[in-house]
Structures are given as C-alpha cells and as structure tokens.
Design a protein around this ligand. Structure first.
Ligand SMILES: Cc1cc2nc3c(=O)[nH]c(=O)nc-3n(C[C@H](O)[C@H](O)[C@H](O)COP(=O)(O)O)c2cc1C
Length: 353
C-alpha cells in the first residue's frame, strides 16, 4: 500500500487524540464505501494458521478498543488484518469517562487512555456485527470482546459477562473476556484466584450450553494485564489450564509509568500503551509459554511498532499478534509489514525443520 499515512499524521497529531481517531474512522469509512480504500490498499498477506479450530488468514490482528461499537469492520478489513477484535462491549450503553481521556506521548510512541468502556451497548453492537460482510465473505475472523458496565458492582460482574457472552456467541469467531482494563473500577480484581475461578467457571459452563444450542463451539480467550507478579501469572495459568480455557490475550495497557517519567502527560490517569508496554507484555508471554501446556493459544499484544517487534512477539511465545497504538504512530502499512515478516520467519524456520 502507498504510505499515505506519513502525510496525514502531522495534521492528525495537531488534533485532540480522540477527535483525530473519530475523523480517521470517518474518512476510512467513506474511502471504503466509495471503493477507493479497496483500490489503494495492497493485497493482504496470506499466511494461514490453524488455531483453536479456526483458520486465521494471517497472524496479525487488530487489538480491542479501536472499534468499540463494531462500526468499522468492513473498512478495517481492507487494511490487511487476519483478524479483527471489536469491543469492549458492555450490556448497556454507557458514556465512559469525561473528555479529554486519551493522550499522546509522541516521544515514546505511546498513548494513555482512560476511555472507560464508552460504547453503545451489546444490542447495538450485535446489530453492527450482523451488517458486516468481512467475516461471512471469508476474508478474516472477528473476535468479540466483552466487559462489564461501570455501574455494575464487581460482585455481580459475572452477570454482565454472561449477558454479553450469550449475545455475542453466535456472531463471534472467538470471544475475548476482558478482565484487565485499568479504567473500570476493580475490574483487575477479577484476575485474582477466587474471583477468576468463579467467573471463568460460570463462563465455561455457559459456553458449553451455548455450543449445544448453536451447534458450534466458539473459543473463549481471557485478556490479562501486563502488571502482574510472577505469582499472579502462575495462578492465572493454573486456572486457565484447569478450566480448559481456549486461549489467553497478553496484554492490556499498563499502569506503570517508569518508561515515560518526566513526560508532560505521564501522570494522566489511565492505561499506557505502545512502546513502553512492549517488554512488559513480552515478559508475561514468555512466562505464560513456559507455564501453560504445550500448544496453549496465546495472542501477544503490546507495543508492536515495527515488523521486528511483531516477530519478537512470536518468538516470545505468541501464536498471533495484535496491534493498536502502533497503528496511530505508523499507520496501516505496519499491518502488512508485520504479517509479511512473520510469514517469512515461519518459512525460514520450516525450511530448517
Ligand atoms: C485508546 C485505547 C482503547 C482501548 N480499549 C480497549 C478495550 O476497550 N478493550 C480491551 O480489551 N483493550 C483495550 N485497549 C488495549 C489494547 O487492545 C491493547 O491491549 C493495548 O493497547 C496494548 O497494545 P498496543 O501497545 O499495540 O496498543 C485499548 C487501548 C487503547 C490505546
């Protein structure tokens, strides 16, 4: 693809980060609807991989949070992703935190956000997913990422996840259970042993019921934080294994600020993403790969800014990767570059085996 983004980035970065996001999405939709996006986008990389009973056309996906309402799947699909994760969606619509709530740390290739699951609710979300053609036409797979409403007490969180799981199940290639956003009070507590066992036990039972009802088994993955101690990762790995959870997405944004000390936006409340989370998420992936049973699916996400970063995520132990902040700094060219580099490395590896 011609790298038009290089020219647009300066203008976009002059705007508030959330406004720039909305304008980019609107432009992308209109280019997509008029057929221009399809014409300028390059061919997407074909590097199919079987995982969790699904065939991913390539190993590079969109991370959750960029398309919270599943409003842009067909346009995003033209950018070369093998899979697109949309959401996080909650049972009811909610506005999220007051603006401004998204900040660039340009010198660090990073963002801080405290959006707080702003979304239009699960009914609207499903209606949007049903309108898209990308997955049904066989171009790629759609993951649906679920969460809880801010007003739901943490003790009742399971009710929100169950409502969302039932609603999204028939439409998803996989479901991602987000228990690691730092912007919903106490959400990360669901990663602790008792809470995690209880929640995932209920979701697993529901998944089995839904598989019978719909005649299709939809894999369920758990998305975790980078800010976990080794003991906490051990606990999580144990629960994922015991409950036969289908996969793990590592990781969400970080609450740490060590890497961005002194930046004018460093003390903004929220989750830090982009380059500063690269090593933190790799550490979690590497450790999980050692602790989990052989072949346990891991989606690696956090701080991929280049093709080399994407390959490093695979080498750390990920089967697939996802990108969010890298798209803001590098534009859509990063998707094809990453997918090509991963495909090339697996070919080279295969030729030595
Ligand atoms: C603005 C923004 C909003 C996000 N919203 C969500 C979300 O709703 N659900 C979720 O699971 N992750 C969300 N994330 C986390 C990303 O999916 C990803 O895990 C994280 O940003 C690390 O990847 P990156 O460094 O490539 O951005 C969000 C990230 C950003 C930057």
């Amino acid at each position: 693809m011609i790298d038009f983004y290089k020219f647009g980035r300066k203008a976009l970065f002059a705007l508030d980060a959330e406004v720039a996001h909305e304008k980019t999405m609107a432009l992308m939709d209109s280019l997509s609807n008029s057929g221009i996006l399809g014409a300028i986008a390059g061919k997407s990389v074909r590097d199919p991989i079987e995982l969790m009973g699904l065939t991913f056309p390539n190993r590079v996906g969109l991370a959750a949070g960029l398309d919270k309402n599943a409003a842009h799947i067909d346009a995003l699909g033209k950018m070369g992703f093998g899979f697109i994760e949309v959401g996080t969606v909650t049972p009811l619509a909610q506005p999220g935190n007051p603006k401004p709530r998204m900040f660039r740390l340009v010198e660090h290739n990073a963002l801080i956000n405290r959006l707080g699951f702003n979304n239009l609710g699960v009914d609207h979300f499903i209606s949007q997913v049903m309108r898209t053609r990308w997955q049904s036409d066989g171009h790629g797979l759609i993951g649906l990422n679920i969460g809880k409403n801010a007003n739901t007490p943490i003790a009742n969180a399971h009710e929100d996840y169950l409502i969302c799981l039932r609603a999204v199940y028939p439409h998803a290639a996989y479901v991602a259970v987000n228990i690691s956003s730092p912007n919903t009070q106490n959400l990360r507590r669901l990663q602790e042993a008792d809470e995690l066992n209880a929640l995932l036990g209920l979701l697993k039972t529901e998944q089995s019921k839904l598989a019978k009802v719909h005649g299709r088994y939809v894999p369920m993955l758990i998305k975790i934080a980078p800010d976990l101690t080794i003991e906490q990762i051990d606990t999580i790995a144990g629960v994922l294994t015991r409950l036969k959870i289908d996969g793990v997405i590592a990781t969400n944004t970080t609450l740490t600020r060590d890497a961005v000390q002194g930046h004018v936006n460093a003390q903004q409340t929220g989750g830090l993403s982009g380059a500063p989370v690269f090593e933190l998420s790799n550490r979690v992936i590497t450790y999980l790969r050692q602790q989990l049973p052989t072949g346990f699916p891991i989606i690696g996400v956090g701080g991929i800014l280049s093709a080399n970063d994407a390959v490093a995520k695979i080498n750390a132990g990920a089967d697939l990767v996802q990108i969010y902040t890298g798209l803001i700094y590098r534009g859509p060219a990063l998707i094809g570059e990453a997918a090509r580099a991963i495909a090339l490395q697996s070919k080279v590896k295969a030729s030595y085996e």
